[in-house]
Design a protein around this ligand. Sequence first.
Ligand code: PMP
Length: 285
Amino acid sequence: YDDRDGKIWMDGKLVEWRDANVHILTHALHYASSVFEGERCYNGKIFKGVEHSIRLRKSAELLDMEIPYSVEEIEAAKYAMLKANGWTDAYVRAIAFRGAGQDMGVSSGKNPVRLVIAGWEWGAYYGDAKMSGAKLDIAKWKRPSPETIPTAAKAAGLYMICTMSKHAAEAKGCSDALFMDYRGYVAEATGANIFFVKDGEVHTPDPDAILNGITRQTVIGMLQAKGVKVNVRRILPEELADFEQCFLTGTAAEVTPVGQIGDYTFEVGQLVRDLAAEYEALVRS
Ligand code: PMP
């Protein structure tokens, strides 16, 4: 991704894609002092852009970092980056992190918090699974307790186990991995939230040890508006045997049906198909 034409917004300026570098003694690279956002721009408008900017600032706060830009400034920077690249439809990646500075130890009080906004063109996150249903492996790693790490932050440190679990899943021919949490309840995938359908009702995990996705919240609202009951609760892995349909939600994943988790199979049914189409219409409206 480093050798191409384009512009990236770095600390207040648009720079050439190839020059968007950081020093090797950047604190974040050593100690994961980094938080980020993934957003999608559709037809020139970033879906829930402000919500993403607010979450970015909150994630930073949870890591004791203050982003030196307001929500309004972050919004303006995203659109400046999109315009400079001539994109109306793109994935937007904002990342805030502690840079290189006076401290190279764990403590980094004097190192500046930097903000970078890049983007790229990104199609369906799970490829053909969008139609046929994604196949998920069950991760051997568990989502940690909120007493262990700030699980509400979209922080780089939480993605170490995501990359490891996704690699293990891909080696088995799956598109992603489903995490259980530290208590053993169903949690989320490596970059998306999970939902199940049974007897016309929807079930999804409590957001206490997962990222409470912006797409998750949008989809819960859409289902409730249609009169579908959404049960937000603790879900045991044994229940996977009883659910009829399953789907993932996320900015990149949008609404993607799941056909298989480990040995359990699910139909790509009407509720999931309708919801995927309604989500598509909403983000483009
Ligand atoms: N969980 C994880 C671990 C994620 O990385 C993402 C993607 N940001 C999500 C859930 C979905 O969040 P959102 O809908 O806000 O993109």
